[in-house]
Design a protein. Structure first.
Length: 306
């Protein structure tokens, strides 16, 4: 019998939070619940600046989306700031002790339980690890170790993959290309691809955290399928029926209304972008016409002079 993954649901929420920093750098929007945090906005601006530097240095590519090309750039530049971003989430979820300083926790996130952040000739690192062990519960240490693994290994790995080339969600058309007796997990989560828009017939990602990370990226890049939307709305309806209180103030109803408002906001933004593109195209066409008219007038004047 299958059992839930250890540390669930935070095992999902951690990569959702971590990867949102990269989506902010790409699209300029925060999706996680830290809108009121000045620290969060400051960190995201730092990540965005670093990403721009990485693009200029060809350590990152932007087509078809943000893709990590140089892991050295990630570890030297991005990872220290992403560690601070992850620590913000860990503290909000009380996964770390309030008695542990940010400096010690950041070092642990960067170097892990077996690392020595201050060099092989110093005992300060060992003292820091002893403090980590003494003030945290077993579950908290598990979360710290998982966060370190994400920063050290999983994040650079999944960020180096291209959606719909290395991984992706199965679309309605894809279902005809794969094993009809596949497990339900393949229908809901990212699956390996063997080429552009060609999903693997039956294989799945072996490591659960890599699978989670690629699934998060796939849904962010591809969006919800209609079947996903129906499933989510049905779940909200069930939750709303189980909730108590006035219909409009029930948590499921409030969440659904928030989604509608965000959708309308996104649609207005898309309309503004399209209108701006049209204005630019019209201005370019007008400029081209003016240039052509000027060239024709100059040619006519030259002909008359001759």
């Amino acid at each position: 019998e299958k059992q839930p993954l250890d540390l669930s649901p935070d095992r999902w929420e951690l990569p959702i939070h971590l990867l949102d920093a990269m989506f902010y750098a790409e699209f300029g929007r925060m999706s996680v619940n830290f809108h009121q945090s000045r620290t969060a906005h400051d960190l995201l601006r730092k990540v965005r600046k670093l990403v721009r530097q990485g693009i200029a240095a060809r350590s990152l590519q932007t087509s078809p989306h943000l893709v990590l090309l140089d892991t050295a750039f990630y570890h030297e530049s991005l990872k220290p700031v992403l560690a601070q971003w992850v620590l913000l989430w860990l503290r909000s979820k009380q996964h770390v002790s309030s008695s542990a300083s940010d400096a010690v926790l950041i070092q642990y996130l960067l170097f892990g339980p077996s690392g020595n952040p201050t060099g092989s000739d110093s005992s300060d690192g060992d003292d820091g690890w002893a403090l980590i062990k003494s003030v945290h519960t077993t579950q908290q240490r598990k979360m710290l170790n998982l966060a370190h693994d994400w920063l050290q290994s999983f994040a650079p790995h999944v960020l180096s993959k291209i959606n719909r080339v290395s991984y992706g969600l199965l679309t309605k058309d894809d279902m005809a290309l794969v094993d009809p007796n596949m497990p339900r997990s393949r229908k809901l989560m990212a699956v390996p691809f063997v080429g552009k828009d060609v999903p693997s017939h039956a294989s799945e990602f072996a490591h659960p955290d890599v699978l989670i990370g690629l699934t998060v990226l796939a849904y962010r890049y591809e969006g919800l399928r209609m079947s996903d939307l129906r499933r989510v709305v049905s779940q909200l309806q069930r939750e709303m029926r189980d909730d108590v209180g006035p219909l409009a103030s029930r948590p499921a109803s409030v969440l659904f209304q928030r989604w509608i408002e965000k959708g309308e906001e996104f649609r207005r933004l898309q309309d503004e972008i399209e209108a701006m593109k049209e204005r630019r195209a019209a201005a370019a066409a007008s400029g081209a016409a003016a240039a052509a008219a000027a060239a024709a007038a100059a040619a006519a004047a030259a002909a008359a002079a001759a």
